[in-house]
Design a binder for this molecule. Structure first.
Ligand SMILES: Cc1ncc(COP(=O)(O)O)c(C=O)c1O
Length: 394
């Protein structure tokens, strides 16, 4: 049976409860790496996990995952949290004390754009955003120009710098992280890393998990994005910070009881998708980067432009230049049996596993867009301008 027919049959049969990996819905969904679905080996791990209470700090499966992530990142302790948002928010709440205080970050950061204003609600901090001069990642020069270091009563002092790596699939190189960290330390500023996709930086050869984590007070890493676990993230840091974060986690209802059912799957995601050790030996991410570049090349060979260079598994096609609306590409995707999300495509590992199905269809979509562009040459399409709520490249 044709895979597309199989997918739609599965959908109509309501069989999204099956553990079929890339043969299921995720194999045709490029909207996000969060669409990856848990695998049969995760189910097997869930079936043999421990079932003790994690609020009482008694669950071995959960403790083992926390210790493992701490070891991978070279930190003293880890804390399993329900989401990347929760990891970031607990970190910032634990690093900050009291106002006046501000958090400095890239203007495209998840903490400022997509966490429902949590930083100001939970910490009272002013969030100061910075536009990277190079258009890709913040540099020390950007941060030096923006940080508030003096004690003048008019200023809101910078107490935390929060970096994100990858950000929109783009890598902040280790050398830049080191420079920023040295500056932060010199001025008594704490440093958090939203490392939801730090795994991808490592897979791209940018350095190991511990190379990066060494420069931060806290790092959050997600299991439920490119690694494919159903739920969860981890926050790592020194023992004192993590103890405090555990306390804050409880206060916002994030204390878990039999958490082994989710942490068992997360451990499989780390071992099988990221790979072993701090560099992810034998992992599945590297292939997705190669495929993302191949897909980008299909687009650019047809005359398409990219919003950003492809550095990991994220691809940003310039639809404004192509005269194509988000709605149009999404519709072309639906017609081909693919789920698309405007100008951003994420080539996660279940797309890689299903590449023989996906790539020819993407090629047809790209060709249709370029044919429509040629047909409309000289017309006045302006693209989708203005603020949108989710995942729009800036
Ligand atoms: C960079 C980054 N950080 C944090 C998050 C938040 O993760 P969650 O959706 O699990 O809260 C996301 C979600 O996509 C993200 O892309």
């Amino acid at each position: 049976m044709d895979q597309l027919a199989q997918n739609s049959e599965t959908a109509t049969a309501g069989a999204h409860s099956t553990w079929i990996g890339s043969a299921g819905a995720a194999g045709t969904d490029l909207r996000s790496d969060t669409m990856t679905t848990p695998t049969a080996s995760m189910l097997a791990a869930i079936q043999t996990c421990t079932l003790l209470d994690d609020v009482f700090n008694e669950d071995p499966t959960t403790q083992d995952l926390e210790r493992h992530c701490a070891a991978l990142t070279g930190k003293q302790a880890g804390l399993f949290v329900l989401s990347g948002t929760m990891g970031n928010q607990l970190a910032l709440r634990s690093l900050l004390t009291q106002p006046p205080h501000s958090v400095l970050c890239d203007h495209r950061s998840h903490i400022v754009k997509y966490e429902a204003g949590g930083v100001s609600a939970l910490t009272g901090a002013h969030v100061q955003t910075v536009v990277p001069a190079n258009g890709v990642h913040l540099t020390l020069a950007d941060i030096q120009a923006a940080a508030h270091l003096d004690s003048d009563v008019h200023t809101c002092p910078t107490r935390v710098i929060s970096l994100e790596n990858t950000l929109n699939g783009l890598i902040m190189p280790l050398a830049e992280v080191k420079r920023i960290a040295a500056f932060a330390r010199e001025h008594g500023i704490r440093l958090h890393l939203d490392g939801a996709r730090l795994w991808e930086v490592v897979a791209a050869g940018g350095g190991s998990l511990s190379d990066f984590a060494a420069h931060f007070d806290t790092v959050s890493l997600c299991f439920s994005k490119g690694l494919g676990a159903p739920i969860g993230s981890v926050l790592v840091g020194d023992a004192g910070i993590i103890k405090h974060a555990r306390w804050v986690r409880k206060s916002i209802g994030g204390g878990l009881r039999q958490s082994g059912v989710v942490t068992a799957a997360a451990r499989v995601a780390v071992d099988e998708t990221f790979g072993t050790g701090s560099t992810g030996v034998g992992g599945k991410l590297r292939n997705t980067h190669v495929l993302a570049k191949d897909i980008a090349e299909i687009w650019t060979d047809l005359g398409g432009k990219l919003v950003y260079p492809v550095q990991t598994n994220m691809l940003w096609v310039d639809l404004d230049d192509a005269g194509c609306s988000f709605e149009r590409i999404n519709k072309l995707g639906r017609q081909e049996g693919l789920k698309l999300f405007g100008n951003r495509m994420i080539v996660h590992y279940q797309i890689y596993e299903n590449r023989d199905f996906v790539v020819p269809r993407l090629e047809r979509i790209f060709k249709a867009i370029m044919q429509e562009k040629a047909a409309a040459a000289g017309s006045e399409h302006q693209g989708d301008k203005g603020q949108t709520s989710v995942y729009r490249a800036q």
